[in-house]
Design a binder for this molecule. Structure first.
Ligand SMILES: Cc1cc2nc3c(=O)[nH]c(=O)nc-3n(C[C@H](O)[C@H](O)[C@H](O)COP(=O)(O)OP(=O)(O)OC[C@H]3O[C@@H](n4cnc5c(N)ncnc54)[C@H](O)[C@@H]3O)c2cc1C
Length: 396
């Protein structure tokens, strides 16, 4: 392995590979790329535990635009991958999201969000209970005062195939992936540049730029450069179940006012939720808690959809969000003082769909020194330093 690279990326899952792909595919970038990944099975990554959904329904314009690029990217994947005939079409099942409101105050928030989304060209509509019932007669809407709903470019997408192809094609274009762990960083005397990273194997590798793509472990990687960020691992539970009486149409990804969400998942259904008490967890804690299914999720879904009174749990897992405790939004781009340390962190549960826009943005920053397509400056670290939240209200 050479002892110096222009760009070293810490973590090779969705974000490490997104950045590696967009950089290696950029004709104006001619540097060397090293991706350091400590576990190439990716078993305990957020990427392996994702629900892989995309939506237009965000409260911030930039998040809507980031997801709109994701939809464009997924629908034209081969074209974006250089028209390579080996690249497959990606699935995008647009069964939509249904954000239910049980109070007028929350309905007002949904109306405000709908306006933001409509102004971006998204198809979101605010529905009355009668309108919801007309299209989805299976819901119990006794407590519901309205909902936001959109059937365009919202639902499941095959993000894992996208990830596989980014990794494969980045390698083909020269990015090197090494199985190792970054355990330390050395800065210059002024303290404003990371000069090298130290790997668990003992190798010390000099770098032009270092990119923190280490998911829920982002704060550990940042600390190696003397930086604190408000990102912590939070556990999220996913349950796959079969219904004895399946619904006669797709179930939109429905966000119940309780915080439980559910959706169609092939011939099964998927449900998930945060725990009622939601602390940072240990990095290696992936224990499942079946009481959440029995005492919370199943009673709520059976109340919301009485047809789900008879269901059978088929599979389940616990995964980690890289949760930004300041404002539940991404942290993107350089640190204010350590100028060659770049973040792609803190996605708080909507990172899969953001990976095309964010990876492209980081490649632009490294290559040109600024964003050339979407202006992703609202996600910059300066707001963290200034303690000025850029709050995203639509977090699932
Ligand atoms: C249950 C669940 C459901 C989700 N559902 C959705 C969804 O529906 N839609 C959506 O958009 N997003 C969703 N997300 C979020 C999305 O999955 C994540 O934002 C995304 O996968 C994050 O990718 P990442 O590469 O940043 O992190 P990870 O996938 O966690 O990868 C980080 C990588 O860094 C490596 N690493 C860490 N430290 C080091 C080190 N020091 N040296 C070397 N390697 C290191 C790790 O081994 C790992 O491979 C969900 C997440 C979860 C947990």
């Amino acid at each position: 392995m050479p002892d110096t690279y222009d760009v070293i990326i810490v973590g090779g899952a969705m974000y490490g590979s997104s950045v590696a792909w967009f950089l290696s595919d950029n004709p104006d970038f001619d540097g060397s790329i090293l991706v350091v990944e400590k576990d190439p099975t990716y078993e305990f990554t957020s990427t392996a535990h994702t629900n892989s959904c995309m939506r237009q329904q965000f409260s911030n314009e930039i998040n809507v635009r980031v997801s709109q690029f994701a939809a464009e990217y997924v629908k034209n994947f081969r074209q974006f991958m250089g028209d390579d005939p080996r690249v497959p079409d990606l699935a995008l099942h647009s069964y939509g999201y249904m954000y239910l409101a049980d109070t007028e105050a929350f309905a007002d928030v949904l109306r405000e969000n709908q306006k933001v989304q409509e102004d971006c060209g998204a198809g979101t509509r605010f529905l009355t209970p009668d309108e919801i019932k007309r299209d989805y007669p299976f819901y119990n809407l006794d407590d519901i005062v309205g909902a936001n709903h959109n059937l365009v470019d919202e639902g499941y997408f095959d993000g894992n195939t996208l990830f596989d192809w980014w990794k494969r094609m980045a390698r083909e274009k020269g990015a090197e992936y090494v199985t190792d762990e970054v355990i330390a960083m050395t800065k210059n005397a002024a303290g404003n540049q990371v000069e090298s990273v130290t790997l668990k194997s003992g190798n010390v590798v000099a770098c032009g730029t270092v990119v923190n793509a280490s998911g829920p472990r982002a704060v550990l990687t940042s600390r190696m450069a003397g930086i604190e960020i408000p990102v912590e691992p939070r556990k999220r539970y996913t349950f796959i179940f079969a219904a004895e009486n399946p619904l006669d149409r797709d179930l939109p990804l429905t966000i119940d006012p309780s915080g439980v969400h559910m959706r169609t998942d092939g011939t099964y259904y998927l449900a998930g939720c945060p725990p009622d008490v939601d602390p940072a967890v240990d990095y290696d804690d992936f224990d499942q808690d079946f009481s959440i299914w029995e005492e919370k999720v199943w009673p709520i879904i059976a109340t919301r959809i009485p047809q789900f009174e008879a269901v059978k749990l088929k599979n389940s897992w616990a995964g980690h969000y890289a949760y930004n405790t300041l404002d539940q939004n991404a942290i993107l781009g350089p640190h204010t003082d350590v100028e060659n340390f770049l973040f792609v962190n803190g996605f708080s549960g909507h990172g899969f769909q953001q990976s095309p826009a964010m990876g492209r943005g980081i490649s632009e920053l490294i290559t040109y020194g600024d964003y050339r397509t979407l202006d992703l400056a609202p996600f910059s670290y300066t707001r963290i330093a200034d303690n000025k939240p850029f709050l995203e209200r639509a977090v699932i």
